[in-house]
Ligand binder design. Structure first.
Ligand SMILES: [Zn+2]
Length: 244
């Protein structure tokens, strides 16, 4: 490895490298640590603030704090955030990332219903993970290329990174420690007794991916299946455009 700092903006990374970079714990003296510390404190302060601005402004601020903590400030440069009440084309949709124009869209009131703030915030993280992986990954460098776009872009790479980020956010404050679990859709809640087992399988698949460096093995697609849709309620995020 060179000493060059990780730079996702080069847009030519293996998804494994992108995920490892997000989850790496930097030295306490590093600039990255300082940026993460400031971003985490600002995020938690905003989360606990009793009087909140509009949901749209909140999401802009949350994105501005999540970006330096997890994504090397790469998304606020390349991705625009749009918030609206409902998708006129797919009224049940909660969010979408359009890779061709680098745009995250979040829908606050799908089918006329009002979503809780935690639910909307989880959609923001959901779409930021899509954006990061789809913009900066190079499919040919992936150890399991099919997983990048599998399940409408909710394959092992997306689900592994989303889960890892959610677990970090949960650790930031006791009031966040059930974040995402408590906002899961009804279909996901049905799967709750198996959640631990499913997360274990997912971890196994990710570990397998990271070990299959040079042997040309089939990647994570074989063996037991993880019901990602039930685990994360991804049915509310469909029709991501195929990236370049
Ligand atoms: Zn999605």
């Amino acid at each position: 490895m060179s000493n060059t700092p990780f730079c996702p903006q080069k847009r030519s990374h293996a998804p494994e490298e992108l995920i490892s970079a997000v989850m790496a714990v930097p030295p306490k003296t590093s600039l990255r640590h300082a940026a993460q510390d400031a971003a985490k404190k600002a995020f938690v302060a905003l989360y606990l603030q009793p009087t909140k601005p509009s949901t749209e402004l909140l999401l802009v601020k949350y994105m501005a704090f999540l970006d330096p903590f997890f994504f090397f400030e790469s998304l606020c440069q390349d991705v625009s955030l749009h918030v609206s009440q409902e998708d006129p084309l797919k009224p049940g949709r909660h969010g979408v990332f359009f890779s061709s124009r680098g745009e995250i869209r979040i829908f606050l009131n799908p089918k006329g219903g009002r979503r809780k703030l935690d639910d909307v915030l989880s959609t923001l993280i959901h779409e930021m993970v899509h954006a990061y992986l789809l913009i900066f990954s190079k499919k040919s460098l992936a150890k399991s290329p099919g997983e990048l776009y599998a399940h409408d872009c909710h394959g092992v790479y997306w689900s592994g990174l989303f889960l890892s980020i959610v677990n970090v956010v949960r650790s930031w404050h006791p009031k966040l420690n059930t974040f995402v679990t408590r906002v899961k859709s009804k279909s996901s809640q049905k799967a709750e007794p198996n959640e631990k087992e499913s997360l274990g399988l997912l971890t196994k698949k990710l570990t397998k991916l990271s070990l299959e460096e040079d042997n040309g093995a089939g990647g994570a697609g074989d063996g037991d299946e993880v019901d990602i849709e039930r685990l994360f309620g991804v049915e509310h995020c469909s029709a991501h455009e195929e990236p370049y």
